[in-house]
Write a protein that binds this ligand. Structure first.
Ligand SMILES: [Zn+2]
Length: 409
């Protein structure tokens, strides 16, 4: 089960950011971004350029994480994903007339996100209950507001499946989605489990997501976030905010991937996530390209259309850690992006979900925009602190960027 996501920025805050974007564009032009290399004695040398295998960092946690392969409880992210979508209501909160269509259409954008971003590699086939299924217990017997236990969550899912079973065929269901009526505000949030064990219609179901009232705040992308967990991706927001930045649960990646802030400005999945899920080909990954220049296409286009062009540069710095550079532009689901450019982040496969397995490097740490203006601009460079390698960024044609990696002198 995953934790509820803390609140994102309000609409007011997001509007303010958009208005500030003009002044930010000027600020980033002034940034030079070259850090000092550590003393030679502290440098570890990056591995020489070779095949992609050394960049596929092995999983080093027994939970959802950022390594390869994804957790063995994950559903395949390539091929058909069959979901059973059960709309449920309660004797204390009956659904209102016409509300089923509203609930279904709110979540549909999440299904579209998964299919679009995967470039059609994931085909989500949704079978919905054609009516509200009445749960056997009042909504108050499922304590979402009072610290829902894993057992309570499983009971909620099992009750929904049992209530729907009479006229619903679960025989080929991969994942059950339980959608509570909007009337039941006390079904507050939308957790996921990959460890269910329910046999119905001779099918053992192991995966479920339950959608609560927060779907009306997040919109349909909550479905894509939770489905990310079904497919093995970790939470990138922090379960505990940093001691020196209290309240900032988004200190690790901000709004740069919807496994972080669902309502962020740039919810497209990181290239790293697309690679983990099998949506990016190995040949689109430039692994440890020392002393060379790689042209990377915008991530938003990397898994759609023809799969040509590198999508990221990966520089392994230890057995569990790598630095990644990808190209983020204001297209696709990233169209509200504040600052485009070369987004640099670290991946550490020994770090658990919710503890920062991915952390974005902020090109403008002094700005007031936290990570929203994190990308490096063409003409700047950055020194990777543990190896001393210097990464520099240049503009290329059609929104592409050139990334040059020079090992420490
Ligand atoms: Zn989550």
């Amino acid at each position: 089960m995953t934790r509820p996501s803390p609140s994102g920025p309000s609409e007011q805050e997001r509007a303010l950011r958009r208005r500030r974007s003009a002044s930010i564009a000027i600020a980033v032009l002034l940034f030079t971004g070259v850090g000092a290399a550590p003393p030679a004695s502290e440098r570890a040398h990056a591995a020489p350029a070779s095949n992609t295998a050394q960049c596929k960092l092995p999983a080093a946690t027994d939970d959802l994480g950022s390594g390869f392969p994804v957790d063995d409880q994950a559903l395949p992210a390539v091929g058909k994903l069959k979901s059973a979508m059960l709309f449920v209501d309660f004797e204390d909160h009956p659904a209102t007339r016409g509300s089923l269509l509203k609930a279904e259409s709110n979540l549909r954008s999440g299904v579209e996100y998964l299919e679009n971003v995967s470039g059609g590699k994931l085909d989500v086939e949704v079978t919905s209950s054609d009516r509200w299924v009445r749960m056997p217990e009042p909504s108050t017997s499922y304590p979402f507001e009072r610290g829902l236990s894993y057992e309570d969550h499983v009971r909620y899912i099992e009750d929904a499946i049992e209530a729907a079973d009479a006229d619903f065929d679960f025989s080929d269901t991969d994942v059950v989605w339980v959608v509570a009526t909007e009337q039941a505000k006390n079904i507050t949030y939308s957790p996921t489990t990959n460890h269910l064990d329910v046999t119905v219609d001779e099918n053992n179901i192991t995966h479920a997501i339950t959608f609560g009232y927060d779907q009306w705040r997040w919109g349909g992308l909550v479905l894509a976030h939770e489905s990310g967990h079904s497919l093995g991706l970790p939470d990138l927001y922090l379960f505990e905010a940093p001691a020196d930045d209290p309240g900032n649960w988004h200190a690790a990646v901000g709004g740069w991937d919807l496994m972080g802030l669902i309502s962020g400005q740039a919810p497209e999945y990181f290239a790293w996530h697309r690679w983990q899920l099998g949506w990016l080909d190995d040949k689109q990954v430039a692994c440890a390209p020392l002393d060379s220049t790689t042209t990377i296409v915008p991530v938003e286009k990397s898994t759609t259309g023809t799969r040509s062009g590198d999508a990221m540069v990966v520089l392994p710095v230890s057995g569990t850690k790598a630095v990644v550079v990808e190209n983020r532009q204001a297209i696709g689901y990233d169209r509200e992006i504040l600052t485009s450019g070369a987004l640099v982040y670290t991946v550490d496969t020994s770090v658990r979900t919710g503890h920062g397995p991915i952390r974005v490097v902020d090109a403008t740490p002094e700005s007031a925009h936290r990570l929203d203006d994190a990308p490096f601009q063409p003409g700047t460079s950055w020194t990777e602190p543990s190896t001393g390698a210097v990464l520099s960024f240049e503009e290329a044609r059609a929104g592409s960027l050139r990334v040059t990696v020079e090992p420490a002198a």
